[in-house]
Design a protein around this ligand. Structure first.
Ligand code: DX5
Ligand code: ZN
Length: 218
């Protein structure tokens, strides 16, 4: 399993140190939550923050766009140094076109679904993406509780992947900690675990990364 700490819960006054810390401690990706105050009720980072952190880590920057009409900013995030750009199915009227836009750039593409959105909403685009992000909380804030009904969507995505030989990774985001939910996600076929408050909210983030990784070890 891969662990992608979300810098939404980092200390923004020392973002560079907080990113260097997780890289040292075995994180696999850096998860960057971009919020516009419209798609979700919170505002965070723009492309200039991605550009600022880019030189300070060799880890892939996993950019999760929670913004309306993402086409407007896809290019800017790619140029800023994003490695993966994930857009929400609910945020664009032309999901297929938006994903094509990402695929034309030198970055990996992802599609995200909110807890209230079924897998069927993204079935027609599953052959286009490198990543499917199953939101396990309603997006907008860190520190919320994992929503159980999302697990069956992970299993469904895993089945579709096997049936059609799709290559996407399955990622979960929201309320992840080293507990029974994570075990169930793993069993359902999840590859990448985003964790914000569990890692950055702890006295010892290194210990939390190790604990999370240990769940995935036999
Ligand atoms: C939620 C964000 C998450 C958030 C997760 O809107 O997409 O990435 O940082 O935070 P935790 O792990 O605290 O639920
Ligand atoms: Zn996220």
């Amino acid at each position: 399993m891969k662990v992608a700490p979300s810098i939404l819960s980092a200390d923004f006054s020392q973002l560079r140190q907080d990113i260097e810390l997780i890289e040292r401690e075995g994180a696999d990706w850096v998860h960057v939550d971009v919020m516009d105050g419209q798609f979700v009720p919170n505002i965070t980072f723009g492309p200039n923050v991605v550009e600022a952190i880019r030189p300070h880590t060799s880890l892939p920057l996993d950019v999760h766009l929670m913004i309306v009409d993402p086409d407007r900013y896809i290019n800017a995030f790619a140029e800023a140094g994003a490695d993966i750009i994930t857009i929400h199915a609910e945020s664009t009227d032309h999901l297929h076109r938006s994903l094509q836009l990402i695929n034309q750039l030198n970055v990996k593409s992802g599609v995200a679904i909110n807890p209230g959105t079924p897998v069927s909403a993204i079935e027609p685009v599953l052959d286009l993406v490198d990543l499917v992000l199953v939101m396990t909380v309603n997006p907008g804030f860190g520190g919320q509780s994992f929503i159980d009904s999302t697990v069956q969507k992970m299993a469904q995505l895993n089945d579709l992947r096997q049936q059609h030989d799709y290559h996407y990774a399955i990622e979960v985001d929201g309320g992840i900690k080293a507990g029974p939910e994570t075990v169930r996600c793993l069993e359902a076929g999840v590859d990448v675990f985003v964790a914000g408050s569990y890692i950055y909210g702890a006295e010892d983030p290194a210990e939390r990364i190790a604990k999370l990784k240990a769940v995935g070890e036999p």
